[in-house]
Design a protein around this ligand. Structure first.
Ligand SMILES: NC(=O)c1ccc[n+]([C@@H]2O[C@H](COP(=O)([O-])OP(=O)(O)OC[C@H]3O[C@@H](n4cnc5c(N)ncnc54)[C@H](OP(=O)(O)O)[C@@H]3O)[C@@H](O)[C@H]2O)c1
Length: 331
């Protein structure tokens, strides 16, 4: 897809993921990094220099007020996604906000209401949805390539040590494994089976109260998904989708996969097909293109990852959280 007019992007929250995103933005035709904003002017200037942004602001508000910006990518910690997205939309800007779109259903509903009221585009930056290997695996699974799919086993873990006040463990920033990485396994189960009929969940916690290992069983009419996330151990981070005639493995790390495998049959009658599918850049290019396509077409939400999808996903996360007894101080 090549968007037919230049789209001027702004980025706020110039940390780890903003850097990766800016590199991929440079790979997309007609995407222009117009301005970046940090809470610190010097940081914004340095980021702008590295990524060739035309303007650098020392406040997010100043970027919201910049009339030359079409869409703002929000890459701040979870607790601020809703308030910053709403402020950007109230200033008339389209928004691509990092996952999770917000920390709970109530916040997501408020964001959707604002997007509709202000008639601006908004999308959760669920980049895995647009990853070619993930997308093809989901499509194949849903189209019967491995028979009737009735089991998904998917995790996202790594061992993380960081200060208690870091965004990973700080409850004030809605830290913890579930919102940081757990949303991915839940997303895969949701993309294949939809909304679960029943959820059983439990978690282990850091001394700050943030979850460091969270497990959930999601039950559907036609199957079960076993989802797990954590900051306590490494894992293979391969997504496994099982059907009556075979299996699909989305290779590690599956949420940013470069390949997947289809295994037909079982026992001594197995046949494996490997599909190598390298991403363009790190893989943010596809969600960027989707936003630009929507802006060019005057769409207020993506058909591929809609407001309803974000809302249903956070509703599942809310229920997992409730069962684990996990609440953020500001709720
Ligand atoms: N798509 C992915 O693969 C992926 C991967 C990692 C993270 N994420 C998501 O991206 C978001 C940011 O994650 P990250 O890893 O980039 O985090 P990070 O490196 O800590 O960067 C976050 C940035 O947010 C800004 N910020 C605003 N308020 C803050 C506060 N109270 N404390 C700390 N920083 C604050 C800071 O930018 P300024 O100082 O410039 O204002 C900071 O550099 C999260 O929502 C996370 O879930 C997505």
């Amino acid at each position: 897809m090549i968007a037919n007019k230049t789209i001027n992007w702004g980025i706020i929250g110039l940390g780890n993921i903003a850097n990766h995103f800016a590199k991929d933005l440079a790979l997309v035709p007609n995407a222009n990094l117009r301005a970046v904003a940090s809470r610190t002017k010097q940081k914004a200037k340095e980021f702008a220099k590295v990524h060739h942004a035309e303007k650098a602001y020392g406040s997010y508000k100043k970027l919201f007020k910049d009339d030359s910006i079409d869409i703002i990518y929000i890459a701040t910690p979870h607790d601020s996604h809703a308030s910053l997205s709403i402020a950007a939309m109230k200033a008339g800007k389209a928004v691509l906000c990092e996952k999770p779109l917000a920390v709970n259903t109530k916040q997501v509903k408020k964001m959707i209401k604002t997007a509709k009221k202000k008639q601006v585009f908004m999308m959760e930056a669920f980049w895995s949805k647009f990853n070619p290997s993930v997308k093809q695996s989901i499509d194949l699974a849903k189209n019967g390539r491995i028979g009737a799919v009735n089991y998904v086993n998917v995790d996202f873990c790594f061992h993380k040590e960081a200060p208690a006040e870091s965004r990973m463990f700080n409850l004030d920033l809605a830290g913890g494994a579930l919102l940081d990485v757990g949303v991915y396994p839940v997303f895969l189960a949701y993309s294949i089976f939809g909304k679960p009929n029943k959820i059983l969940a439990t978690a282990r916690f850091h001394e700050t109260g943030a979850d460091i290992q969270t497990a959930a069983i999601l039950k559907y009419k036609k199957g079960i998904a076993n989802v797990f996330c954590g900051f306590a151990s490494e894992s293979d981070t391969i997504a496994k989708i099982y059907g009556t005639k075979g299996r699909i493995y989305i290779d590690s790390r599956w949420h940013e996969a470069q390949s997947y495998r289809i295994v037909d049959g079982s026992g001594s009658n197995q046949k494996q097909e490997i599909k190598v599918n390298p991403t363009r850049g790190k893989g943010f290019t596809y969600e960027i293109e989707e936003c630009m396509k929507c802006l060019n077409d005057g769409q207020l939400e993506s058909d591929l990852w809609s407001h309803k999808n974000s809302l249903e996903l956070i509703t599942i996360i809310d229920e997992i959280r409730a069962q684990c007894g996990l609440k953020y101080p500001f709720e």
